[in-house]
Design a protein around this ligand. Structure first.
Ligand code: ZN
Length: 310
C-alpha cells in the first residue's frame, strides 16, 4: 500500500521483477525475515508499525559462501595508539537469525517478553530464490563490519557468530548490547518482500514505556543512528531507499521489535535489501557489494559514535 510517490531525488531506476515469486517471498518473510517477525509483510499491509511506520526492504543472494572479510587496509597500524577513531568504543553487531535456526523450530518458536507483548524467540529468516539464506548474509556482512571497526580501534561484540545451534532470542540479543554498554548496536537483516519490491531501510525504536521495555532514553539517539546509517549505507552501496514502505524515506520507527524494545543502548535494524528481488539479490549475493555494504555500515556507526554524524 505504500506507493513510490515520495521517491525523489537521485534514486535510480531499478529493474522490476515479475510478481511470480511474490507469494514465495511473502511466505519466507513471514517465516522470519527482517527483524525476525514478518514485519515487512505487516508493514506492507499497513499493519506493521503501530506507529504508522512502514516496513522493510528486500534483497537476495545465492550462495552461502561468505568469505571472511578483509579487515581493513591497515589493521595492524591502527591498533597501537589512542589515535584510532574508535578507541574505547564498544559496538554490538547482531547478525539477524541463525544459520541453523530451522533445525530448532520448537526452541525458536518459544515466546519471549518484548515489553509490550510476547513474540517468538527468533525466526529462520528469508532467502533468495536461489537459496542463499538471510542468516548467511547477515553473518557475512557482520564479519566484514567487525573487521573494519576493529581496525579503527573499536571493541566489537557479536550476538552470535554461527557458533550456537539457534538464536539467541530477540530479548537476549538486546541484553547482549545492554550488558556490553554498547555505544551503538545494530541488527543486520535482509528482507523477504514480494519480488517487485526493492531497496533498503533502517528501523529505529519508537519511544515508549511498556512492561519491561523503556526506550524513552534511547529513541532520539537511535533515530540519529538510523539517519546516519541511512546516509552512509546509501552512499557506499548506491542502493535506493525501499520503495514499498517508510514512504520512500528509507526509515521506519517501530515498537513491535523485541530486539529494539528491550534495548537500553542506541540501537537500530538495517534491512539491506530484498532477497526476493532480482536486482537486490544480485547485489546481496555479490561479495564485492557486501564489502561496500559493510563499509557503509561501518562508516555510519563510526560517524555516530564519534559524534560526527552527517
Ligand atoms: Zn531478518
Amino acid at each position: 500500500m505504500f506507493s513510490n510517490d515520495s521517491r525523489g531525488g537521485g534514486r535510480r531506476a531499478v529493474p522490476r521483477v515479475g510478481a511470480a515469486v511474490g507469494a514465495l517471498g511473502l511466505a519466507a518473510c513471514l517465516a522470519g525475515c527482517g527483524a525476525g517477525s514478518g514485519h515487512a509483510a505487516q508493514a506492507r499491509n499497513g499493519q506493521g508499525g503501530q506507529d504508522g511506520s512502514v516496513a522493510l526492504a528486500p534483497t537476495r543472494e545465492t550462495t552461502s559462501s561468505a568469505p571472511r572479510p578483509p579487515a581493513s587496509p591497515t589493521p595492524a597500524a591502527g591498533r597501537s595508539a589512542g589515535a584510532l577513531p574508535l578507541a574505547g568504543k564498544v559496538i554490538v553487531l547482531d547478525p539477524g537469525h541463525n544459520p541453523t535456526n530451522f533445525e530448532h523450530t520448537a526452541a525458536i518458536n518459544r515466546e519471549v517478553d518484548v515489553g509490550n507483548g510476547r513474540k517468538e524467540c527468533d525466526t529462520t529468516g528469508t532467502e533468495t530464490d536461489a537459496g542463499y539464506p538471510e542468516a548467511s548474509y547477515t553473518l557475512d556482512v557482520s564479519h566484514r563490519v567487525r573487521g573494519l571497526l576493529e581496525a579503527r580501534g573499536a571493541k566489537v561484540v557479536l550476538t552470535q557468530d554461527g557458533n550456537r545451534p539457534w538464536g539467541p532470542c530477540v530479548d537476549e540479543r538486546a541484553r547482549i548490547g545492554n550488558t556490553a554498554h554498547a555505544d551503538a548496536a545494530l541488527s543486520i537483516h535482509a528482507d523477504g518482500a514480494p519480488a517487485a519490491d526493492y531497496g533498503f531501510h533502517v528501523i529505529a525504536p519508537k519511544s515508549m514505556r511498556s512492561g519491561g521495555a523503556d526506550t524513552r532514553a534511547i529513541a532520539a539517539p537511535s533515530y540519529r543512528l538510523a539517519t546516519t546509517l541511512r546516509s552512509h549505507f546509501a552512499a557506499a552501496t548506491k542502493e535506493p531507499y525501499a520503495d514499498y514502505l517508510g514512504g520512500g524515506t528509507g526509515l521506519m520507527v517501530r515498537d513491535d521489535l523485541g530486539g529494539l524494545n528491550m534495548s537500553t543502548v542506541p540501537k537500530v535494524f538495517i534491512e539491506c535489501g530484498n532477497m526476493r528481488n532480482a536486482h537486490d539479490a544480485k547485489a546481496l549475493t555479490d561479495p564485492a557489494w557486501r564489502q561496500k555494504a559493510a563499509r557503509g555500515i561501518a562508516d555510519g556507526l563510526t560517524a555516530f559514535v564519534t559524534g560526527s554524524s552527517r
